[in-house]
Design a protein around this ligand. Structure first.
Ligand code: SAM
Ligand code: GLN
Length: 290
């Protein structure tokens, strides 16, 4: 039997899946080497175990399973997250939402306490912990789904020293947080898809957790609950940052206004669609203590 090199395996996989970068991700997982390490093993022979692993992944892809679940991991900002069907696949537009929250939290001098509600894989909250200063940062990550939190906890273990700044809460929205805790920034990518919406991609509907996506007949159930409850949990001057659906900008802006938020803004994603809603609780932030 002629020996196949990692490089040849990559080329053959690219012929099957159609792109070299997807083929590379699959081969990296099959071979067990990523980044520079993968390049270093290109001329080494592959083992039977590697080929079997790759074949199993290709078989899963053929059933229509999303690449991210098959790989079992996906990048989000600077993090490489473990991903499986217990959680939503982190989206590129959510990196933008996390970026807004990071910027607002970073503007708080000395200390900052933030919460990511409905954290799923941990994507937003763990990116906050990873990118905010190690000193003075506390990040709460919560979910109503214990299954999702198991994934978030596994990812928490992978972020290094910043993990000591993270607290995990289980429960529905604000119920997962300690009653006496107030926040500088509350961020969430809640479910916001209307039940029966034709906008929902077939693959998303078939593979991703419905409870991570669907929010009543108009997709606004969870957003309404978050906007209504946030003021009580924000410090004066604290920010609420929400990911929203592409057609929800006007109604969410009104919702923020109705709940007395100020400096309300709807920002767009890279495709120019409504994607991030943000608003501030009135009042001046109190000087925080180190
Ligand atoms: N934050 C992750 C991200 O951006 O990739 C996941 C977002 S997913 C759209 C929504 C998340 O909210 C899911 O993990 C789901 O389990 C959680 N969720 C749904 N209803 C909830 C509730 N009542 N309280 C807390 N979390 C909830
Ligand atoms: N962007 C997701 C989708 O439509 C929805 C995420 C959400 O409900 N928060 O695929």
């Amino acid at each position: 039997m002629s020996e196949l090199s990692v490089r040849e395996l990559w080329a053959q996989t690219a012929d099957v899946v159609g792109t070299r970068h997807e083929a590379r991700w699959l081969c990296e997982v099959a071979v067990g080497a990523t980044g520079d390490e993968f390049i270093l093993v290109l001329d080494e022979p592959v083992t039977e175990r590697m080929v079997a692993h790759l074949d199993a992944m290709l078989a899963r892809l053929r059933t229509g399973e999303p690449l991210q679940y098959v790989l079992g991991r996906w990048g989000f900002r600077r993090l490489d997250l473990l991903i499986d069907r217990r959680v939503l696949i982190p989206r590129p537009e959510t990196e933008l939402v996390a970026g807004v929250a990071i910027e607002l939290a970073a503007a708080r001098p000395t200390t900052r306490t933030v919460a990511d509600l409905g954290t799923g894989s941990g994507a937003i909250g763990l990116a906050l912990a990873d990118e905010l200063p190690l000193e003075g940062t506390t990040v709460w990550i919560t979910d109503v789904s214990e299954a999702a939190l198991a994934v978030a906890r596994a990812n928490l273990a992978g972020i290094g020293r910043a993990a000591t700044n993270v607290r995990v809460g289980v429960g529905s929205w604000f119920e997962a947080l300690p009653a006496d805790q107030h926040f500088d920034v509350i961020v969430s990518n809640p479910p916001y898809v209307a039940e029966g919406s034709p906008e929902l991609d077939d693959s998303v509907a078939a593979w991703e957790p419905a409870e991570a996506l669907l929010a009543g007949v108009d997709g606004l159930d969870d957003i309404c609950e978050l906007v209504a409850g946030a003021s009580e949990r924000l410090r004066p001057g604290g920010w609420l940052v929400l990911e929203i659906g592409a057609d929800q900008g006007d109604v969410v802006r009104r919702l923020f206004d109705d709940h007395d938020f100020v400096d309300v803004e709807i920002r767009h994603d890279l495709a120019g669609r409504d994607r991030v809603a943000l608003g501030r609780r009135p009042g001046e932030p109190q000087p925080s203590h180190p």
